[in-house]
Design a protein around this ligand. Structure first.
Ligand SMILES: Nc1ncnc2c1ncn2[C@@H]1O[C@H](COP(=O)(O)OP(=O)(O)OP(=O)(O)O)[C@@H](O)[C@H]1O
Length: 364
C-alpha cells in the first residue's frame, strides 16, 4: 500500500501530547512531504522550551511512521513558533501593553466572510510594486471620507507597510480589553496597518499560514466599527496575502492600479486574472503617473506612455476609473503624512471624482 499523506496524518494523530491533545489536532505538523518512501515534515512547537521538552514526542512520531509498510526514512525537524519568554510589549496609546500579538496561524474558517459592521470591502491591488497603490489607497480613503462616507483603510502590505507614513500616524494601537485592537484615526479615516504592530525596520518573515492568520486578525480582531467601506491596500503581486484575502474575505471588488508602461501592465494583467479566478469582481483600473505636467511651463508629457491602461480596460470590459497625474506635490504630500486629497490642491480633484463615482455606483 502506498504511503499517503492521509495515512501519515492518521498515524501522527495517535502521537499524544502532554495534556491530551495530539500533533494533528493541535495543528503542529507543517510542510509534510512524502516521496519514494521518505517522509519529511516539521513539528512546530509553541515555543523553544516546549520544543526542547518534546524530544520524546519526535522519537515517538518517528518510530510510529517507520513502522508503516513502505517507509524507508523519516526526517522530522522540530521548530518553535515563538520565543520562550514573551518580550516586553510596547506601550500603547492608553499606557497598557496590548495583549494581542499580530501574527499567528489561522483559525479554521468556512467560506468567504465579511467584516461585521462593514458594508463594502474594496481591495486596492497592483501587479507590480511602486506603481502608486498605497498612494491611491490613502488618497481615495481620504476623498471618500470627505464625501461623508465612513471609511476604513487596512494596510495589508505586509512586506512594506507605507500607510503609517502616508497617513502621518505611527503609534501602537491599544487593546483595552485584550481581545480587540483599537484602530487609529487620521484625516477622517479609521486606520490599521501591520506597520503599527511591528517595530520599525523589523522584517516580517512569516510564511503562508502565519500571513493568513495575521490577515484574519487584522480583519476580525480590529474594532473597525460601522463602516460604509473598508479599503485594503494589498501587497503588490499575486502572493499568499492576495490569495488568502480573495479566498476568505467577502470582497465587494478589486481596483487595480497600474502605470502606463508595458511592464506594469503585464503584471497588472496577472493580478486581474488572479481576481477572476477567485471570483472577485474587478471594478475597474486606475492609471497612475498618467501624465506629467511641468510645474514651470505647463507642458504635458506622457513620460510612461499613453493609452495602455485604457486599452487594457476596454479589452477586459471594465471601466478606466481614473487617470492620475505624476506630480511632485503628490509624492511630497504622501511623504509628509498629509495625502494630497486632504488638501485644497487641484490634485485632489481626480480623487474626489473617483470617490464620487464609487459612491454613485454603490460600491463604497
Ligand atoms: N502620481 C504620483 N505622482 C508622484 N509620485 C507618486 C505618484 N504616485 C506614487 N508616487 C510616489 O511613488 C512612490 C511609490 O508609491 P507607492 O508607495 O504608493 O507605490 P506602491 O505601488 O504602493 O508600492 P509598493 O507596493 O512597492 O509599496 C512613492 O514615493 C509615492 O509618493
Amino acid at each position: 500500500m502506498p504511503v499517503t499523506q492521509d495515512l501519515i496524518m492518521a498515524t501522527l494523530k495517535k502521537v499524544a501530547l502532554p495534556g491530551g491533545a495530539n500533533l494533528v489536532d493541535a495543528d503542529l505538523v507543517r510542510a509534510l512531504t512524502v516521496q519514494d518512501g521518505t517522509i519529511s515534515f516539521v513539528i512546530e512547537a509553541p515555543d523553544a522550551a516546549t520544543a526542547q521538552s518534546w524530544a520524546h514526542i519526535e522519537s515517538e512520531a518517528k518510530a510510529a511512521l517507520e513502522a508503516l509498510e513502505g517507509v524507508e526514512k523519516v526526517s522530522i525537524v522540530m521548530t518553535a513558533h515563538g520565543p520562550s519568554a514573551p518580550k516586553p510589549a510596547a506601550q500603547t496609546s492608553s499606557g497598557e501593553p496590548p495583549s494581542l500579538k499580530i501574527g499567528r496561524h489561522p483559525t479554521p474558517q468556512q467560506g468567504k466572510q465579511g467584516v461585521p459592521g462593514v458594508k463594502h470591502i474594496l481591495a486596492i491591488a497592483s501587479g507590480k510594486g511602486g506603481v502608486g497603490k498605497s498612494t491611491v489607497s490613502a488618497n481615495l480613503a481620504v476623498a471618500l471620507a470627505r464625501q461623508g462616507r465612513k471609511v476604513g483603510l487596512l494596510d495589508a502590505d505586509i512586506y512594506g507597510p507605507s500607510q503609517p507614513r502616508m497617513m502621518g500616524v505611527n503609534k501602537r494601537p491599544a487593546s483595552p480589553d485584550g481581545k480587540t485592537i483599537e484602530p487609529l484615526h487620521a484625516h477622517g479615516v479609521t486606520l490599521m496597518s501591520i506597520g503599527f504592530m511591528i517595530p520599525d525596520g523589523e522584517a516580517v518573515v512569516w510564511r503562508g499560514p502565519m500571513l493568513m492568520g495575521a490577515m484574519q486578525q487584522m480583519l476580525g480582531q480590529v474594532a473597525w466599527g460601522e463602516l460604509d467601506v473598508l479599503l485594503i491596500d494589498m501587497p503588490p503581486g499575486t502572493g499568499d496575502v492576495q490569495l488568502t484575502l480573495g479566498q476568505k474575505t467577502e470582497l465587494t471588488g478589486a481596483l487595480v492600479v497600474s502605470t502606463p508602461q508595458d511592464v506594469a501592465l503585464i503584471d497588472a494583467r496577472r493580478g486581474i486574472s488572479m481576481f477572476e479566478k477567485l471570483k472577485v469582481p474587478v471594478l475597474g483600473l486606475i492609471e497612475n503617473m498618467s501624465t506629467y505636467v511641468c510645474p514651470n511651463c505647463g507642458h504635458e508629457e506622457h513620460i510612461f506612455g499613453h493609452g495602455g491602461v485604457a486599452d487594457e480596460a476596454t479589452k477586459i470590459g471594465v471601466p478606466l476609473l481614473a487617470e492620475l497625474p505624476l506630480a511632485l506635490e503628490a509624492r511630497l504630500a504622501g511623504d509628509n503624512g498629509v495625502p494630497v486629497a486632504a488638501t485644497d490642491s487641484p490634485l485632489a480633484a481626480p480623487y474626489d471624482a473617483l470617490a464620487k463615482r464609487l459612491v454613485e455606483t454603490g460600491v463604497a
